[in-house]
Design a protein around this ligand. Sequence first.
Ligand code: PLP
Length: 395
Amino acid sequence: MVISKDMESLVAGSSTIRKLFEEGLQLAAEVGAENVYDFSLGNPASPVPQQVTQAIGDVITEYSDSYVHGYMKNAGFDQVRKSVADSLNKKHDMGYTAEDIIMTVGAAGAMNCVFRSLLGTGDEVIAFAPYFGEYRNYAANYGGKLVVIPAKLDDFDLNLDELDKLINEKTKCIIVNNPNNPSGKLYSEDTIKKLADILEKAEKRIGHPIYVLADEPYRELVYENEAVPYIPSIIKNSIFIYSFSKTLSLPGERIGYMALSKNMDYYDELIGAFVVANRCLGYVNAPSLFQLVVSRCLDVNVDLDFYDRNRKLLYKTLTDLGFEVVKPQGAFYLLVKSPVEDEEQFVSMAKKNHIIFVSTKSFGCPGYVRIAYCVDYEMIKRSIPAFEQLAKDVK
Ligand code: PLP
């Protein structure tokens, strides 16, 4: 082996989700794409909003090539950062300025910049299960360790009772992903206020800040007009992390940002480090064309109904068939409790019926499977007989 020991174990445990996705492609080649019901990846099928397509053309024609495709400050174009700050201020009255915004290579890029800047070997990051499995890898990139709080299976809310005892001198950050991938749970303002109380006391006890990474790529995907709390307005030491991957259907373009409030502890140090991390990690800057594009589309969203009708159809179909389903409030994922003891077996049984979904083991919450319903409605309709057969198979 020429690769490092660390990388060897990373490769060995490499994403089961990606593997299933590839198996789905293989199956589609064998039986025809229309006969495979692939719910494995969070790859949005909703069309890119027309305003985004328009902006791509406009930006390219309005600016000279060298500007659109050139380097800029590592934190991003000043006018883009200002537009993002203004848009956040309009919604949340935070008093952000352009300096508080760093354009990033998606939410993943933002998180890597934060971890690169904050984590030393053995430092800890706390995540609430179920959590996006890549968090563990992002922390490990810098010698950090992900500490997982078990899921609260009665309602999938943040398991705050378990939090305080896991905070110690090595705790550097806590990730809160609202609404949540994979449960679709939306954490209320009340829950976030309780989290704030716990953290305030814990910071005094351990003698240093605990930064909350508000990882919110699904912020705009909430179905029943429920309010999504803006975490930085409740918790001072929060870093707001946003991505356009899901809300504008642009995951391959790798565009997002982070926002820091000037009143947070060590603001100057943090912002300086995050900008340098963006460069040193090799991102250099967020993609330039798409910075300019999203700055014109800050109030644009994908059609929420596209996902809502999927959510309603799947929820009804699966509950009618007797499956136990966690009703999602946001994002575009839905958890189904495995009706057989080993959920990997449930995944295999589904695959026999050409349904591809993933076990939630890698989300730190065994016993369930995740269905990503960011797919075409017609595919869900076509999949219903396969789910009916699956319901019979598990009896
Ligand atoms: N955080 C969560 C909870 C996600 O589900 C994802 C992607 O699926 C990401 C972060 C990464 O998003 P991005 O494409 O912006 O890097």
